[in-house]
Write a protein that binds this ligand. Sequence first.
Ligand SMILES: Nc1ncnc2c1ncn2[C@@H]1O[C@H](COP(=O)(O)OP(=O)(O)OP(=O)(O)O)[C@@H](O)[C@H]1O
Ligand SMILES: [Mg+2]
Ligand SMILES: [Zn+2]
Length: 298
Amino acid sequence: MASTLTTWTCKTSVNENIHHARKMGKTANAHDFHDTHDTCDTCGTKRTTTITILGISRKVPCVCRCQAEAQALRKRDEQRREIIRRIEKLKKYSLMDARFRNSTLAAWNDDVGCPKLKKTILRYVEAWPEMKTCNIGLMLLGNPGVGKSFAAFAVANELISRHREVVIAVSAMGLLARIRETFNRQDREAEIDIIRTLENASLLVLDDLGSEQKTDWATAMLYQIIDNRYRSGKPLLITTNLSLQQLQQKLTGYDQVVRTYDRLMEMCQPITVKGPSQRAAVARSKRDQLIQLITSET
Ligand SMILES: Nc1ncnc2c1ncn2[C@@H]1O[C@H](COP(=O)(O)OP(=O)(O)OP(=O)(O)O)[C@@H](O)[C@H]1O
Ligand SMILES: [Mg+2]
Ligand SMILES: [Zn+2]
């Protein structure tokens, strides 16, 4: 019984191979597929080929069509995994504030976030290729707690996952502190390294610009960072609590030339985010969660 079944299976496979071979314009008969492994049982294409080296011909294995397809699939899979690894690494090392790693459009809470702002950033993300080409960035202005950072980090996360972009999202104050640290260590190489990394990013998010202490060093460093973006024609997204006038004052150095602010205004489209601070709402929801946890019976 078992042998009948085997013969039947074999015949089918031979018939399939003949059919496949005919479809591919070859003449074949059952004999061609017996007693030889030259042809693949599955796709019917060659698994060996003859090569001639120095006048000597020999049969060598080669990949049949289904093997080639499987290899291509594996390669594509590997490439995808590599992209995902790069994105994860980027998320980890992109100086991104851990709090905002989950600030995505998917996590956007409509009860908390401003709907107009959501629409704006959604459009920005969708139109990213044009935004990138034309070097159009955003400047989110507004009072504390209105959701500026959440929105800025949502853009950063979306560009990483949707457009596979290299994005650096960092608090302006934290970034300056890091550069200052290398400066104090007289580690010029590390300082250049940070600045170069910033230059390489397709989008740089400077969160809470203007919250840093105003010193000649900070003013000069911010000028360098912003001017680098300007020169390389790459977009910048900033958030700030300051008004435009306050920001101008903050970024202007001792010589009173408004060079940094002027560049910012050319690169970033100002958007004022209005509304109450969302921190109270977040605190309320956390308190409700805690109460539920404490009072629930397990
Ligand atoms: N769209 C949103 N969906 C869910 N949570 C949000 C949203 N917007 C803001 N939040 C939450 O509200 C709080 C305040 O938001 P966020 O920190 O973005 O405000 P901000 O405008 O940057 O404030 P600040 O000027 O003080 O930095 C945070 O806890 C944040 O996670
Ligand atoms: Mg903020
Ligand atoms: Zn095959």
